[in-house]
Design a protein around this ligand. Structure first.
Ligand code: BES
Ligand code: MN
Ligand code: ZN
Length: 482
């Protein structure tokens, strides 16, 4: 999508759809006023009124987009309204969208971000889509009082949109294409943004003693990978980094504890946590954040096979702690156990945040609009929740009561890899906590939010969300830069 900022009084090019963001109580004049009175449009949030060939406007089409109360209009409101306008006309056959947004330059810049996010589409494997079904809008003009100021505010938001698209692509890719080595090489390509990327294979992980992560991938013909991406943007390149760790199960069959056939295709997005970590590193590098950051991705494929790990196996993790496997489908925590340990051992970070599509139980707990936040540190958790609120990403603090630890006691090893059904997300978090020493740490269980179908948010097309990039980017910007 080509984005430009233009003056409010700029001429309207041919084949343009105008999306005009309006508010409750606005008075509309002339033909537009007549159209409004002939409809139930009140300017309420999310409402649209589509007017074809509006008289005297010089546009092919005018969509009024309701944004609710003018006083409550904010940056997220601008994103949503602009995205709603885009969605209303994206396949209209028109090629240019002009979004009219009143108010300051930041609102205009966020309107542009809204269109960027809404226009994301993963269509590389469609070969037969009819031309008239394809989105036609290729250019967006955001009309505002101060286009220069809006343009100046846009680069950081464009970096964010690029990162979210990058992650959405990773999450959308089918599992025959995006296996661990392919995922790793796509992150390696981010070196062009200034990241430093190391890739460890199975032999190297074996030397490090990563018996927990390696067990998960041992039934796959695809080699497991550990990716370490670094961005050193702080003035002091040796300053303690912030760290993000992602579960990257490129496909989760459940292994020998195999999943039911229905919906198993969804397990291609079981690498969503690692996808988000890659996206966070992308945006930090692209906007040259003044921070040192590390992103660690544990990439595996969980398959049933003659060489697969079994229920009953006892694994020795890099930490030295042993794990009795009772369910090979509780594999994400096994990957993270070694990735978290490696991260704190090597980098001694300021904090570690892990992201993982870890448990179905978090969907039962929170539904599809909130991820679960588990943390050993109230300040870090508070920063995450604040950032999530500002960026309109649902996040809810979950408890980690010590008493539930007994559910993961094992008769023959230091722990079992699952604690049964009750509190499944909590015992998973307690398992991870055993691989974290003194460092402030948070675990975001994003099984509920990594994928949205159907989506109810105009800036998120159905499918891969890119959840968490916004909130983590925001938290770093507000609390850890400079
Ligand atoms: N990847 C799944 C969790 C998941 C479920 C993600 C639905 C997205 C949507 C995870 O590896 C898993 O299988 N978890 C099990 C744990 C159980 C065996 C203790 C689960 O949630 O059922
Ligand atoms: Mn699983
Ligand atoms: Zn999984």
């Amino acid at each position: 999508m080509d984005i430009q900022f233009v003056a409010a009084d700029a001429a309207i090019p041919a084949k343009t759809a105008v999306a005009r963001i309006v508010f409750e109580g606005d008075v509309h004049e002339g033909a537009v006023g007549e159209a409004v009175s002939a409809s139930r449009f009140t300017g309420g949030k999310g409402q649209t009124l589509d007017i074809l060939a509006p008289q005297g406007l010089g546009a092919a089409r005018l969509v009024l987009v309701g944004a609710g109360k003018r006083d409550a209009f904010d940056l997220i409101g601008a994103e949503h309204a602009a995205a709603t306008g885009y969605n209303a006309v994206k396949a209209s056959g028109l090629e240019t969208l002009r979004v009219e947004v009143s108010g300051g330059a930041d609102l205009a810049a966020h309107a542009a971000l809204g269109v960027r996010l809404a226009s994301y589409r993963f269509d590389k494997y469609r070969t037969k889509e009819k031309a008239e079904k394809k989105p036609s809008i290729a250019k967006t003009l955001v009309a505002t009082v101060d286009p220069d100021a809006a343009l100046a505010a846009f680069p950081d938001l464009a970096a964010l949109a690029d990162a979210i698209s990058f992650t959405r692509d990773l999450v959308s890719e089918p599992p025959n294409v995006l296996y661990p080595a392919e995922f790793a090489s796509r992150v390696k390509a981010l070196e062009s943004l200034g990241l430093e990327v190391e890739i460890l294979g199975e032999a190297e992980m074996m030397k490090l003693g990563m018996g927990s992560l390696l067990a998960v991938g041992q039934g796959s013909i695809r080699e497991s990978q550990l990716v370490i991406a670094r961005w050193n943007g702080a003035a002091d390149k040796t300053a303690q980094p912030v760290a993000f760790v992602g579960k990257g199960v490129c496909f989760d069959t459940g292994g020998i504890s195999i999943k039911p056939a229905d919906g198993m295709e969804d397990m291609k997005w079981d690498m969503g946590g690692a996808g988000t970590v890659a996206g966070v590193m992308h945006v930090l590098a692209a906007r040259k954040a003044k921070v040192n950051a590390v992103g660690i991705l544990g990439l595996v494929e969980n398959m049933p096979d003659g060489n697969a790990y079994r229920p009953g196996d006892v694994l020795t993790s890099m930490s030295g702690q042993t794990i009795e496997v009772v369910n090979t489908d509780a594999e994400g925590r096994l990957v993270l156990a070694d990735a978290l340990w490696y991260c704190q051992d090597r980098f001694k970070p300021k904090f570690m945040v892990d992201l993982a599509t870890l448990t179905g139980a978090i969907i039962i707990s929170l539904g599809n609009d909130y991820a679960g936040c588990f943390s050993n540190n109230d300040e870090l958790a508070g920063n995450l929740l604040d950032a999530a609120k500002s960026e309109d990403e649902g996040l809810w603090r979950m408890p980690m009561p010590d008493a539930y630890n007994k559910q993961i006691d094992s008769m023959i090893a230091d722990m079992k890899n699952t604690g049964g059904r009750p509190g499944g997300s909590i015992t998973a978090a307690l398992f991870l906590k055993r691989y974290v020493n003194d460092v402030p740490w948070a675990h975001l269980d994003i099984a509920s939010t990594a994928w949205k179908k159907p989506s109810s948010v105009p800036t998120i097309p159905d499918g891969a969300v890119g959840y968490g990039i916004r909130l983590l980017n925001r938290m770093v910007r507000d609390k850890y830069e400079g």
